[in-house]
Ligand binder design. Sequence first.
Ligand code: ADP
Length: 361
Amino acid sequence: MIKIEHLVKNYGSHCAVDDISFEVEAGEIVGLLGPNGAGKSTTMNILTGYLSSTSGKVSVAGIDILGDPIGAKRLIGYLPEQPPLYLDMTVEEYLNFNYELKGCKLDRAKHLADVCETVKIHDVYRKVIRTLSKGYRQRVGIAQALIGNPKVIIFDEPTVGLDPKQIIEIRNLIRGLGKDHTVILSTHILQEVQAVCDRIVIINKGKIVANEKTENITRVVSAGRRLHVKVAGPQRDVLATIKSLQGISYAEALAEREGDAYTYLVESDHGVDIRKKLFFALAERGWAIIGMEALGMSLEDIFISVVDQSEKSKLGQAPARTPRRARAKERALPEEEIGASLYEDAQRQRSEAPPAQEDEE
Ligand code: ADP
């Protein structure tokens, strides 16, 4: 339904979007995820025809956005980060205005009633937009995007500034829209893509660093990387042996004990499945593994891991261990703060890299 091929956008000498290619199938909900400045809005603005690209090709349902911008835009409903609302209009006036602006040919009364039903704004239909809560304003913004019944709907940071209840409502709404539309949304909140999207495209510094189905991404990135291993044997020696193995980035003994067996948290380097090596190394010393469990990663871990990996591979370094504090924060903080703190963590990691290596980039 949407095809983006080798998209590049330079602002002067700054490359904001750096050779991005991905496709979105009809009926998919795809989340564009990345820190501030990653190039999400630029990509979306090119996709919606608001911005021209430096090079590359974007097509919607086979229509080239540059070749036939009006035809392509007719297929797209767009909710920018700042909804384009006229605050002095009533909802009714605003939706009628948009209906005319888009040259919509559908039966007006029925179509507007359907849109209001979808986004649940009947009860504020005659109210002035200025008097509405942020959540209702966002719904009105979504209603505007739905006018003309476009096949593709694009949301830029759709839940920013909403309270937790409104966030859940808007996410459910977007999920519901995915039944009849192809949806792309951008967000810097990791839980958002997990809650709403079928596929995640992670973008960092203008480049795609991951493009996976949501259900796969945890498995793909974390295969064999974080384990709970239960080993019968002397705790200190077992731990020292585990730590001595090449490919292990972190290991600690946990409090859990069963007879002479202790449980260890073991983390391996990116792309390293340490399980077999661990088995043989411990068996050689006569210590039996009596339990081994691969642990899932949170999306925070995944995000930092893939961004970190792409940064480090550029620098020719071994990747660092996933920061523990991100996981701790995930448990302790409300989700919007997690997003903010996560990115602070990721930024801090980057700023902590030695200057000489940064220069090589
Ligand atoms: P995101 O939406 O992921 O936060 P953007 O697409 O807004 O990222 O920005 C990507 C990069 O391009 C950033 O470094 C930003 O500073 C830069 N940028 C965005 N818009 C402009 C512009 N109009 N002129 C110059 N640089 C821009």
